[in-house]
Design a binder for this molecule. Sequence first.
Ligand code: NAD
Length: 380
Amino acid sequence: MPIRLGVPKEITLGERRVALVPDVVARLVKKGFHVVVEKDAGKTAFFTDDVYRSAGAEIVGNASAVYAAADIVLRVQPPSLEEISALKASSMVIGLMAAHANIDRVRRMQEKGVTSFSLELVPRITRAQAMDVLSSQATVAGYKAALLAANMTGRFLPMLTTAAGTIRPARVLIMGAGVAGLQAIATARRLGAIVEAYDVRRAAGEQVLSLGAKFLALEINAEGSGGYARELTAEEKVQEQEMLARHVGEADAVITTAQIPGRAAPRLISRAMVERMKPGSVVIDLAAESGGNCELTKAGEVLDHHGVSVVGPVNIAATLPVHASEMYAKNMMSFLGLFSDDGSALTIDWNDEIIKGSLLTREGQIMNEAVRKLAEGGSS
Ligand code: NAD
């Protein structure tokens, strides 16, 4: 009997992605899985039910039918409390659970006895690269951030020599040169801007230079464990601010992507720094959802501060739903490779580092230590 995978339509406001795209459905069906997709699940990402059907999926009329049929429910956003009620206790759920922001849902999955996995908790080891949704979705976010910046500056990004005069290229500053930052650099460069970038990890410098941007160096190295940044000391923060204030003031667009896992985003741009920027310039803050890299950022809003737009996009990856879904679905398929070889028998190794790292709830327990502590603390 094949394992039944279920893909419900995402119901979170603004979420246009879908957990499996038809190409990936076809590959999973070929492997031996049975795939049940809710009617119109791919509509907002431009994948029609007919294409899913041709790929071998069974289309069902509503989410309840997906939950009734599925052994493993595949999602982008975490299930709502109502959706958790509709799940079979024996089912598994895989998605971006954002557990820290959704403790009530985690508790409900725990109480129900559902086995849930959070893809953003997949450890970033080499073997898990093909499952790395943080990287695939950050790629989308960085690209889209550069387009947003270009769209909002009111200026050309490239240098233009025309009969109506010569246009100087725009200056774009990227703060945080991880996955999203590097993609933003590449995109702004393709559009012809002069790009400079900053990161506290020195290792990022080489990648920045290879993309044709200038790396703003500070004489400190803040590389922590696992390739992530560590938090800066107070003295280092002052040095960082002085150097950055000058470059922010000269930029037509600043794109910030700086994050520290498990903590609020570092504050890189103060109100005073924004006030040094020219009217018509723009700050795109990709860290808006984790508190913002800019003091003025409000998640989900566009503020005008003395003519400078401060933009705090929320779930920006969902605004490019075709490729964001394609990449997400491929990550999902790779992750499912840990569940079954032939699509019929579950062969999960509960001691596997990736399974252990991403497991959120199982057999009535919250399995992730940090999330368990949060749940026990009573906060939600
Ligand atoms: P992230 O989203 O956690 O952070 C984005 C960037 O912000 C990082 O480059 C970080 O150094 C930077 N940052 C943090 N504090 C800062 C500050 N105060 N000022 C300026 N920049 C600051 O990181 P990410 O993009 O997900 O990945 C970070 C690194 O991990 C990259 O080098 C990436 O290549 C690596 N990575 C490795 C794997 C793997 O081995 N499987 C997978 C993904 C990413």
